[in-house]
Design a protein around this ligand. Structure first.
Ligand code: MN
Length: 233
């Protein structure tokens, strides 16, 4: 095969305890999937889950024990953190039932759905797509993937984010409005899931702005934590 220019290397993430990497296909994200976060964004009640995507190459791999750098992005003055549990799909499928979802899951990771909140808000107001607020370059830092069988009791795990050592977000995965199986059921009704798909499952309350120089430490109990530093633009 020859190309008119060199194709980019595949996007991939490290796997805990393995030399082989996890090749990334798509990045799906769930909106407003914790009640207290939905409230802080001005919404109430249980609504059907909704989804948006980030390009696979928006992923920033954060290796265990290291701090990754991300730039403060252009066009925003309200750059928000959203700590999220990421589900990594190992076996694809469509119309997957929640009860069958577990066998499609390869593993789990800690991720950040970084958001240009001001641009997202402006797009919402105008009824336009969220892409500029959500799907920008380097908007998806993520740590190593822990295989599901090594991840412990993930559905009851604590999830938290500290900025410069202070708590900003703290909740548990059990507070997901649409749990992991239900999320996969809804998502796979709309798209055929493929091996390599990542699902950012939504963020709990406490989202807020970060500034250049801030260091974010993201945790989900049982998974490899991530550390990310925001650089000046
Ligand atoms: Mn999010």
């Amino acid at each position: 095969m020859s190309y008119v220019f060199q194709p980019p290397a595949p996007v991939s993430a490290p796997v805990v305890g393995r030399a082989e990497r996890f090749p990334v296909h798509r990045i799906y994200c769930v909106g407003r999937n914790y009640e207290e976060h939905a409230k802080e964004m001005g919404y109430t009640g249980r609504e059907p889950p909704f989804f948006f995507l980030k390009p696979a190459d928006a992923l920033v791999v954060v290796d265990a024990g290291s701090t990754a750098s991300i730039p403060y992005p252009t066009l925003t003055s309200n750059f928000h953190h959203e700590i999220e549990l990421v589900v990594a799909i190992g076996t694809g499928g469509r119309n997957i039932k929640a009860a069958d979802a577990q066998r499609h899951i390869y593993g789990y990771a800690v991720g950040l759905d970084m958001t240009r909140r001001d641009l997202q808000g402006e797009m919402k107001k105008q009824g336009r797509p969220w892409c500029i607020g959500k799907a920008f370059d380097q908007s998806a830092p993520m740590g190593p993937i822990t295989p599901a069988e090594q991840a412990g009791d993930i559905v009851n795990a604590a999830i938290w984010l500290q900025v410069n050592g202070s708590d900003r977000q703290r909740s548990t995965i059990s507070k997901l409005i649409w749990n992991i199986g239900e999320t996969i059921e809804h998502l796979s009704a709309a798209w055929e899931l493929q091996p390599g798909d990542l699902i950012f499952t939504g963020t709990p309350e406490g989202v807020a702005a970060v500034q250049p120089g801030d260091t974010l430490a993201g945790h989900v109990e049982g998974l490899t934590p991530i550390s990310v530093k925001v650089q000046a633009a």
